[in-house]
Design a protein around this ligand. Sequence first.
Ligand code: TYC
Length: 102
Amino acid sequence: MSDDVVVKPETIAKPKVQQPRLYKVILLNDDYTPREFVVQVLKAVFRTSEDQAYRIMMTAHQRGACVVAAFTRDVAESKASEGTEMGRNKGYPLAFSTEPEE
Ligand code: TYC
């Protein structure tokens, strides 16, 4: 074969490892759920300390919403449902939503 033939790759290789997209779980404020109950839910579902849970709850209370943490899509959605369900079981309108990270 001649040495002056240059073969160009047809495709550009993709990076081998793709990081999964992460989803934020967001705590939404409401006027009815007791503060202490929000703290209990955050500790149970997200394994935060009492202090972290209190700060997250107060941020949502004062600003309307607060990012709790980010997870893969399935984990984010099931944690959001679990927290929302715990409130619903007590008759509270407590709600969590999810949204993809940039
Ligand atoms: N705003 C509620 C109250 O005054 C407490 C609360 C805080 C509720 C954060 C939801 O995500 C929330 N009882």
